[in-house]
Ligand binder design. Sequence first.
Ligand code: NAD
Length: 444
Amino acid sequence: MNVTVFGTGYVGLVQGTILAEVGHHVVCIDLDDHKVEQLRQGNIPIYEPGLESLVKENYAAGRLEFSTDAAAGVNHGQVQFIAVGTPPDEDGSADLKYVLTVAATIAEHMEQNQIIINKSTVPVGSADKVRDEVEKVLERRGRNDIAFDVVSNPEFLKEGSAVVDCQKPDRIIIGTECDATIEVMRELYAPFNRNHDKIIVMDVKSAELTKYAANCMLATKISFMNEMANLAERLGADIEAVRKGIGSDPRIGYDFIYPGVGYGGSCFPKDLQALIHVSNTIDFDAKLLKAVESRNKEQKNTLFNKISQHFHAELKGKTFAIWGLSFKPNTDDMRDAPSRVLMEALWAAGAKVQAYDPEAMEEAQRLYGSHDHLILCGTKEAALKNTDALIIVTEWQNFRAPDFDLIKEKLTEPTIFDGRNIYEPRRMRAKGFTYYSVGRPSPL
Ligand code: NAD
């Protein structure tokens, strides 16, 4: 099938590539000509395990193309994916301007009947807005003879495992009431639907809400565990024991119940905000969602509070090593990352930071390169040199079993603040560290 994808970010690039890999002919359109040129040269602007080789192979095979030519793009595809950003507006609502711009672009150039597939995360009712936009442009062009459908097909990939998630989706949500569209969508996704039927067809609004409900549920799990961690810390219990204890109940399960420094990334914070905003507009008080968000905001300060307390609020002139800048492992994404809240708080208190991340160094350079209280280091060991403590913010595999003797040698005091509970407190004490973690009596 000929497929057009608007937006070559985490979602558009990965989904476009995976569709090309199974044999569809995919043209990816982006406004950013530098990005398009880089992609054509095989330079992938984001880090996702397994993505680079797939992009290169499919590009070389001619199944995957990158272009800024929207008109040619629209005329290529039997289906048009919208996979552009929906960042939060000032009031927390999802900003639809990129989505609606793409809708207008598609309408401007389409010459045949089309299926417009909305992959971006958009509030309930957005498909109607896309439909109105397309109708308006077709009307102006005098082309109301062209038929189209707008499908909600939200994306559930996780950054860090986006390729595998797209290759083996847990579910494929299709929101439409049109039988002909369902048939085309089934054909499009047939290569991913062989093992068992993963396609769940529903009305458009339910599909749009499903995406928000999924992200809000996951964010709720995290905030719930962080709330329990705060309680455990104050009551002298160990949240890791509690986690195992509750995870063993199959109704709860072990997944996604890790305490830490709060959720970040481009999705949970903004999707929660957007659903709270929608609730406000319909006079519904989303009490639970507001609490989830507020717990998360506080949790992002948990490491700073522990650090400040340990150093009796005298952080001026201190230097801290930070391991992990991305909002989670296996990605270079620092959007809304807890590391940013921490670094900004440390700087505001007069401290300096020496940071290392296996993949997010370029992004950190882009965001904070000119900050004179930040040194970006080439290795995790280099980040330790002459620092007052080590702070772990992201649980990269590579941080799990470091050379503790070396850490001790490089730190002026053997103190570790671990925001992800990756070490065992008892062992850390035996090795001579002052070790703070989350939801466990500290320091041990
Ligand atoms: P992104 O910011 O990484 O990428 C968006 C891309 O769209 C950019 O390359 C931008 O240049 C391009 N773009 C903007 N306007 C355009 C236009 N008019 N024509 C062509 N290209 C245009 O965004 P993302 O992280 O891929 O997210 C896209 C959507 O998918 C969002 O709604 C997001 O909430 C949702 N989503 C994201 C994830 C994730 O993990 N990142 C997961 C599921 C869903």
